[in-house]
Design a protein around this ligand. Structure first.
Ligand code: SAM
Ligand code: SF4
Length: 443
């Protein structure tokens, strides 16, 4: 039975039409490439701590757990092969870094724990969440990430009551795809995963299922079956990522795992047409049962966030801070009473406005009032060229009933997806650059 509060993204019988021509997708990739090269590079800095909080600002706490029991070839995240002694020490350091952040005067409204596999040692995760909730009483919700194997451990149930949103990486229910990406043996068949998910749905207020599209050999029929299974499973949230190929994964993924052509638009239509009839669309790639889902993409819902742990990013004021990717140096810094920050990049106001417009397009919520209230600018004047370009390609139109609201069309949602895919790939290039010098002793 569906929740009465659902007003799906699509009306009954409504279908998503043509999105963007392939040449426009390619052109967007080129434009994004230009901006990524210009903006996404960080200077080394000597900084013992991030800056103190600004009065009246709200912050999210991000914590990174960089361990997995197996390393997937397509994965773009900061992770190392799990070793128990290293992981135990790491959790200890993470809690100490939170103490330093507390001493700076921070409190947080929510906490996002990302990985890797955050539930890799459940008891340590429990201790870490309890520690964070004691230090930062403002935290109202905690989100974690895990995989379909970890949800079968007896200790996984200990997270019930502590975690508000559990995100589980499925990628596909299709056995051929799971074999192709080497997850079938390690995480189970599509049918086994489906059965395990049914149990996990009972444990947390929100369960999110991560899927990926854009694999080689993944036909529209396969994708349709995946989407139909998700509708039947009926989790509270679904995220459908386009496969991102980055400098870290190019060798192992391009022309091997990733689809060759530009079928993204056709695949995205299958996703929107199926999930759109049953879910609200929260961002270009996230679908939720209700409008108020708390977390989906934390960078969208939180203007400022502070990251703890190796490889964590923080966005504070107009600056991006990056923690060291070396586990060894992370340990050394924490033991010396410092936080993990080792890189920084400042942005001018125009760059921040452009970034905010991209996120607004991606979340299909462009509000002129937001730009006026938060940045003191008139959106159409401050980003005149960008707004004109979005209008010309049919990504946005005006809302005749609300002059402060800009309507994002289906083509606009797809454009938001293409831009965020490029942006996340660009962030991964920062990771790749910083991970490159790492030696065995750093992992
Ligand atoms: C950081 S992972 C954590 C999930 C968990 N470790 C797992 O494997 O199930 C979060 C999600 O990122 C997505 N992801 C990882 N690499 C990706 C890539 N190259 N392109 C698109 N999505 C990717 C996957 O859907 C994955 O489930
Ligand atoms: S997809 Fe998940 S399990 Fe695989 S390497 Fe990435 S974080 Fe680890």
């Amino acid at each position: 039975m569906q929740d009465q509060s659902i007003q799906p993204a699509l009306r009954p019988g409504q279908k998503v039409g043509k999105l963007l021509p392939n040449w426009m997708v390619r052109a967007t990739d080129l434009v994004m490439d230009h901006y990524i090269k210009r903006y996404l590079n960080c200077d080394p800095i000597v900084l013992d701590r991030p800056p103190a909080p600004e009065p009246g600002h709200q912050y999210l706490l991000y914590a990174h757990i960089p361990f997995c029991k197996t390393l997937c070839s397509y994965c773009t995240f900061h992770r190392f092969l799990y070793k128990e002694d290293k992981a135990l020490e790491y959790f200890e350091h993470l809690r100490r870094e939170m103490d330093y952040v507390k001493a700076l005067g921070y409190d947080f409204t929510s906490m996002y724990i990302g990985g890797g596999t955050t539930t890799i040692i459940e008891d340590e995760l429990v201790k870490t969440i309890e520690h964070a909730r004691t230090l930062f009483p403002g935290i109202k919700e905690v989100s974690c990430e895990t995989d379909p194997a970890q949800i079968t451990t007896p200790a996984f149930r200990n997270l019930k009551g502590l975690v508000d949103r559990m995100s589980i990486g499925v990628q596909s229910f299709d056995d051929n795809i799971l074999k192709f990406i080497d997850r079938y043996e390690k995480f189970g068949s599509g049918a086994q995963i489906y059965e395990r998910l049914q149990m996990a749905l009972e444990l947390f207020p929100t369960t999110n299922i991560d899927m990926i599209f854009g694999f080689q050999g993944q036909s529209l029929d396969m994708l349709q079956r995946d989407m139909d299974l998700l509708v039947k499973l009926n989790p509270r949230q679904i995220t459908t990522y386009p496969l991102m190929v980055t400098s870290q994964t190019r060798k192992s993924v391009k022309n091997i795992i990733a689809a060759k052509g530009l079928e993204l638009g056709d695949q995205y239509r299958v996703i929107m047409n199926t999930l759109g009839g049953n879910y609200r669309q929260l961002t270009s790639w996230t679908f939720g049962r209700t409008n108020d889902e708390g977390f989906d993409e934390y960078v969208v819902d939180h203007d400022e966030y502070l990251g703890v742990g190796s490889g964590a990013f923080s966005f504070l004021g107009n600056n991006l801070y990056v923690n060291t990717f070396s586990l060894r140096r992370y340990g050394e810094r924490i033991r010396a009473g410092k936080t993990g920050v080792e890189r920084m990049r400042g942005f001018d106001k125009h760059a921040v406005l452009q970034y905010r417009l991209m996120l607004s397009l991606f979340s299909a919520r462009i509000s002129r009032r937001y730009f006026r209230d938060v940045y003191g600018v008139e959106l159409d004047k401050a980003l005149r060229k960008e707004m004109l370009a979005l209008r010309m390609v049919g990504a946005i139109t005006d809302d005749s009933s609300d002059p402060d609201r800009v309507v994002v069309t289906d083509a606009g949602k797809f454009l938001g997806l293409v831009m965020m895919k490029a942006f996340y790939s660009g962030m991964d290039n920062v990771r790749a650059e910083l991970r490159k010098p790492l030696k065995a002793a750093d992992m």
